[in-house]
Design a protein around this ligand. Structure first.
Ligand code: ZN
Length: 344
């Protein structure tokens, strides 16, 4: 166990395939969210988590008789901002004469480009990458070829230019130079496209060594990238030497995002369905509780297997936007972070 388990799994094909297989339910849109064109806003993670704890039978009952949503889909959010769902989440903000895209899914972006074309004919002028992982930058090359300017933090741009340490020690090649960010920043950066303002804010070391989130203030939408997965417990880079993420940094990033949100803010995670401030705050409180419980267990002399056996976490799989059951892997990451400092 240990280091090999700490690899970020968000880009693994099996992870994505698992999520898609379990996507079986559709639900009505929540208040304050525009009606969906092709699918609807789901009941998010925390509600499912709490329901699962209180009433285990509710999950299969909720799934019964519901049509399966498309594996890729478009979810209108608000004010010309759309969630483009395709294994990882991308977000399109459409302005009067151009659009901005946050993240670009996988290496073959044909489906992504079609979903964009179905929404608008204005060109994508900017692609903002929340971080360097292959499932969020894969379409960069094609989009840059169509004229988009790729924007990312300096750290993410550096990571994109290096081979990516994948599962089982395999390394994936860096993306082609044409897909690397042309504009980089530290701290924060604001872009305006056709009247759509996007505030890009660098996060502390969190899910990866360099993450950012994007705030669309007019739409009141915060795109979190993989700072949040609403369909599973957190995933961190934690076996990549100096390219590690950080559990505590992730908590700081959550606090910063919650501080600029209100009760109507739509939060878009990197994986899973859209969520809101109340649910994100509850998720963060859960993370702090679990951190403290793992820390106390370590203090009592328990090893990683013992702590996993405590079953501190509920099954997190939402009936509408389900992800892998990564409870045990997350507890091991947290245990390792708290005992070694790697990823803490
Ligand atoms: Zn990621």
């Amino acid at each position: 166990m240990g280091a090999n388990l700490l690899v970020d799994v968000c880009e693994k094909g099996e992870h994505v395939a698992l999520s898609r297989e379990r996507d079986t339910v559709n639900r009505p849109a929540r208040r304050g969210v525009a009606p969906a064109v092709k699918t609807t806003i789901p009941v998010p993670l925390l509600a499912a988590l709490l329901l699962a704890a209180l009433l285990p039978a509710v999950l299969p009952l909720a799934a019964a008789g519901q049509p399966a949503p498309p594996q890729t889909s478009t979810v209108p959010l608000r004010n010309g901002v759309y969630l483009l769902r395709g294994g990882s989440n991308a977000v399109l903000a459409v302005g009067t004469d151009g659009a901005a895209l946050v993240d670009s899914e996988f290496r073959n972006p044909d489906g992504l480009l079609q979903r964009i074309a179905d929404i608008t004919s204005v060109p994508v002028r900017y692609v903002v990458n929340t971080h360097a992982h292959p499932d969020h930058v894969g379409g960069n090359v094609r989009l840059a070829g169509l004229g988009a300017i790729i924007v990312a933090t300096e750290g993410a741009a550096d990571a994109m230019a290096q081979p990516f340490p994948g599962p089982n020690g395999r390394e994936e090649p860096p993306i082609d130079a044409a897909g690397l960010p042309r504009e980089t920043f530290q701290g924060s950066r604001t872009i305006v496209v056709g009247g759509q303002e996007a505030r890009i804010i660098e996060a502390p070391r969190s899910h990866s060594a360099s993450d950012a989130y994007v705030h669309f203030p007019a739409a009141n939408v915060i795109v979190m990238g993989d700072l949040h997965h609403s369909n599973e417990y957190p995933v961190y880079d934690a076996n990549m030497g100096c390219r590690c993420g950080s559990f505590e940094g992730n908590l700081q990033a959550y606090d910063a995002m919650l501080a600029i949100a209100d009760d109507d803010t739509i939060f878009v995670p990197g994986h899973g369905g859209p969520t809101n401030k109340r649910e994100v705050a509850a998720y963060v409180a859960m993370l702090r509780r679990v951190r403290d419980e793992v820390s106390m267990a370590i203090g009592r002399g328990l090893n990683a297997d013992d702590v996993v056996a405590l079953r501190l976490l509920a099954d997190d799989r939402s009936p509408t936007w389900p992800g892998p059951d990564n409870r045990d892997a997350f507890i091991r990451v947290l245990f390792n972070a708290l005992t070694t400092g790697v990823g803490r």
